[in-house]
Design a protein. Structure first.
Length: 364
């Protein structure tokens, strides 16, 4: 179901969704009141909900929906600052993910947007989500077939952006500074918040890739900053990674760790999609393996697909300690599971145990 007050947006989103394999828009609504009437006739697998609507805004409706009729909800928002803030707030109130509202753009940009929308719907269709009562709910009843697997289209290797070291091993770190690298996708906004809220203010620097559209990561970082003992902000090219600071990769840009003398910095740059994503967890993990090696701890969290799996193995081989979030605490146990299959994971832990384990490793 698509709920949006703009008839143009409903039409464009319907066309995009219907082009997805095993996807079909079963109903649309111009506001939450019409959506409630539609829900009485038909319950969709996934709802795409506009954030800004005149009669009732998306946040208000989402809160009511997650109490009365919990289901996987994807927020659809414009790129405005107000829209991005509201979308991030929706993630804290039960929404599964965010997509950017389609707008006039190049063919390549529209192709990437369509691919992201299809991927987010697939994730939502199999996700476990938390209702307003706090209970975890599986979004896909047993009688429904699983969504079509993600196709390899645009699944480029990390080599396209950051080549591996010729020797195949990480450079020996010349700085004693520790670094923490985190990669996440669907459900990761909550998981990252849980992790950072448990980290002390003087923790080693943290670099984060959370799959999120351009224009939304600054609001996400700001929300994290308001609750975490650490300072959290969206990364800028050349930022120094300091103790007590967590840097979030900006949407639609890759982020790489670099070593400069006795300190770490980040390089933020454009580039092709890697493992279907930009920013890519694989790119971050490879750069951390090359620049920090055994001084790093890598954490891969909830998310669909396999971004991060290949280069988490490189991270572990470089001497870093690596952790995967366990199945029971994941919204989608895709990325952690693939990292485990690739042999890149030292330990698998529930979300609420990860921060303590990281602290134990970095304070040795």
């Amino acid at each position: 179901m698509i709920v949006d007050d703009s008839s143009t947006a409903r039409r464009i989103l319907t066309d995009i969704v219907n082009r997805g394999q095993n996807m079909e828009v079963t109903s649309t609504a111009q506001d939450p009141f019409q959506a409630v009437a539609e829900l009485k006739r038909n319950t969709p697998d996934v709802m795409i909900l506009d954030v800004e609507m005149p009669r009732m805004d998306g946040i208000t409706f989402l809160k009511k929906l997650m109490i009365q009729h919990p289901m996987p909800v994807i927020m659809c928002s414009s790129h405005t600052e107000e829209g991005s803030r509201a979308s991030v707030e929706c993630l804290e109130n039960g929404a599964i993910d965010i997509i950017a509202k389609p707008r006039a753009a190049t063919k390549e940009v529209m192709h990437e947007l369509e691919m992201r929308i299809h991927d987010v719907i697939r994730s939502a269709a199999i996700a476990r989500f938390r209702s307003r009562s706090g209970s975890m709910i599986s979004s896909r009843p047993d009688h429904r077939p699983p969504p079509a697997p993600i196709t390899p289209r645009a699944k480029l290797s990390p080599d396209e952006v950051l080549p591996p070291l010729r020797s195949g091993v990480a450079q020996a770190p010349i700085t004693p500074s520790k670094i923490i690298a985190i990669g996440a996708s669907t459900g990761g906004t909550d998981a990252i918040k849980v992790f950072l809220d448990a980290m002390p203010a003087n923790s080693p620097g943290v670099v984060i890739v959370q799959h999120m559209p351009e224009g939304f990561t600054a609001s996400f970082a700001s929300r994290l900053d308001s609750s975490s003992p650490m300072k959290v902000r969206e990364a800028r090219n050349g930022d120094v990674v300091e103790n007590g600071v967590a840097l979030v990769a900006p949407g639609s840009h890759h982020m790489m760790l670099r070593r400069s003398g006795n300190r770490y910095t980040v390089e933020v740059r454009d580039g092709p999609l890697v493992s279907r994503h930009r920013p890519s967890v694989d790119i971050l993990f490879r750069s951390v393996a090359q620049s920090a090696g055994k001084n790093a701890v890598g954490v891969i969290m909830t998310g669909m697909g396999d971004d991060g799996a290949t280069c988490m193995k490189e991270l572990r081989d470089s001497g870093a300690f690596t952790i995967a979030q366990d199945r029971e605490s994941c919204v989608v146990f895709g990325m952690p599971n693939e990292a485990i299959k690739h042999g890149g994971v030292c330990e698998t832990l529930p979300l609420d145990k990860i921060s303590a384990r990281v602290l134990a490793k970095i304070t040795r």
